[in-house]
Design a protein around this ligand. Structure first.
Ligand SMILES: CC1(C)CN=C(N2CCN(c3ncnc4sc(CC(F)F)cc34)CC2)S1
Length: 466
């Protein structure tokens, strides 16, 4: 079994972050493909050592500084795991039955079953650190991303060039064939179809530096950040909005001297979303919104969250959108109420009417946020809103000053609307949405006032529908 060539071996043992970056750079600038299995095993081994099995003692050197030790990654360990993967795949797949050089649906199904059948029968799929081939080969556990990635890495071992990773914001699967359009999944809009280099970007972006709910491994986050900049400089994040957002978050935590600020990266993520994915991804806007919120730029946060809701309203909510649902739940029922409380207690801003509570654009974006969520729920197989949403809406709504609530005329109040362009749509032919009323009726447990408020927001949307 041909293990690694001299090309890979020269970098081992890996003893510090720069050694890993050098290995990845070489793999990403070779004329042939980067070795997905090798790179996933390396990242998984390091992540496991720095987050799961932190058996490493803190190293106290002569200067008495607590220098954490970066795990020494020996070639022998990595090569043994790599050989185990290659052997398992080649032994299980009899290619003489698949003479065609291109992958077929049957072959993709067969290889997926080989990966799937070697997984542990039952384990918690959403646990952290289950995304790499290291987890697969040493623990027989993979999360949903890990299964799709393992299948793609297996096809690389079988020397297929037409099987790639497809990524949506909530899901990962395998695409294959001529135009990479053949795949089991047809429900997802605008997926990220990866090149081999973007598949490397996906395992770097999927690095999870978390040791526990409150602590991250500084070394692991630093390795992830350096590798994302390497991929960025080589142009492999150009079409990968989530990875750009990831890098923006890392730069906020630990700015790299000489690199652009987080806002530039969130902007790049949004531009990529518009340029390559018909502006149909939500996360670029929620990355930006979360950043603005953390930095108390509340007007800008509402703008980003309204833009995120304007994306999600074009979808129907179904069970698979769990992560995106949780994202909007946290924004509506946690972040915005927190924000309202904090600005309401800002007396100076209240006296001078400078806070967002007096700002019509903020109120307009607030309504646009809820309008998008209501439309997301509409015609969806699964309900989105429940009583907590209504209660938090009523709470947040009530914090805006009555002067600004008058400015944004909700139909039925009759007054002129403010200059914000959102309201010009109200002049459009009003079409009251009947099935929305039916849906409203079955929210019997919402109190009367909340109902009126929801009804007003809903009617505003109903009247603005195209
Ligand atoms: C604004 C946020 C809540 C912050 N983190 C977010 N992430 C979104 C998911 N993340 C991702 N980052 C790179 N690539 C992928 S592919 C994928 C779907 C999964 F099923 F494979 C998820 C994801 C990274 C973390 S969105």
């Amino acid at each position: 079994m041909a293990g690694f060539r001299e090309r890979e071996k020269q970098y081992f043992p890996l003893q510090k972050i720069q050694d890993v970056v050098d290995l990845f750079k070489d793999q990403l600038t070779t004329p042939d493909e980067p070795n997905l299995a090798l790179l996933s095993i390396v990242l998984g081994l390091i992540e496991n050592t720095l987050t799961v099995n932190r058996a490493l003692p803190n190293h106290i050197d002569s200067s008495q500084s607590l220098e954490p030790i970066f795990p020494v990654v020996e070639l022998s360990i990595v090569e043994a795991l790599y050989t185990k993967f290659v052997t398992q795949i080649k032994r299980s797949v009899d290619l003489t039955k698949f003479p065609d050089g291109n992958a077929t649906r049957e072959l993709v199904k067969f290889v997926s079953d080989v990966v799937w059948s070697s997984l542990m029968r039952s384990y918690y799929k959403d646990k952290a650190h289950l995304q790499s081939l290291y987890s697969y080969l040493t623990g027989n556990k993979l999360d949903c991303f890990g299964v799709a990635f393992a299948v793609v890495a297996a096809f690389q071992v079988l020397e297929y060039k037409d099987v790639h990773l497809a990524l949506s914001e909530d899901h990962a699967w395998v695409v294959f064939g001529e135009d990479l359009k053949d795949s089991a999944e047809v429900t997802w809009h605008e997926p990220v179809i990866c090149t081999r280099q973007m598949e490397v970007a996906s395992i770097v972006s999927g690095i999870n530096p978390s040791i526990n709910a409150t602590t991250d491994s500084v070394e692991m986050a630093s390795l992830q950040q350096d590798l994302l900049w390497l991929l960025h400089d080589l142009g492999h994040l150009e079409k990968y909005p989530m990875a750009l957002g990831n890098l923006g978050d890392l730069e906020e935590i630990s700015p790299t001297p000489g690199r652009p600020p987080p806002l530039d990266l969130f902007e790049e993520s949004i531009e990529a979303n518009k340029k390559y994915y018909n502006n149909r991804h939500v996360y670029p806007y929620t990355y930006l919104g979360a950043y603005q919120y953390r930095n108390m730029n509340y007007k800008e946060a509402l703008q980003a969250w309204a833009d995120a809701a304007s994306v999600v309203k074009t979808y129907n909510y179904n069970r698979q959108d769990e992560e995106i649902y949780k994202e909007f739940l946290e924004i509506a029922n946690d972040l915005i109420p927190q924000m309202m409380k904090s600005v309401a207690s800002d007396n100076a801003a209240r006296i001078h009417h400078t806070s967002i509570l007096y700002n019509p654009d903020c109120y307009s974006n607030f309504l646009r946020f809820y309008d998008g969520i209501c439309e997301w729920e509409e015609d969806s197989p699964n309900p989105v809103l429940h009583i907590t949403w209504a209660n938090q809406l009523a709470f947040s709504l009530s914090k805006f000053d009555c002067s600004v609530r008058k400015l944004i005329a909700l139909p039925g109040t009759g007054e002129s609307s403010s200059s914000s362009e959102e309201d010009s749509e109200e002049d459009e032919e009003d079409e009251v949405n009947h099935n929305k009323d039916n849906k409203k009726d079955d929210k019997e447990n919402i109190t009367q006032t909340d109902d009126n408020k929801i009804e007003k927001v809903v009617k505003a949307r109903g009247r603005r529908r195209k």
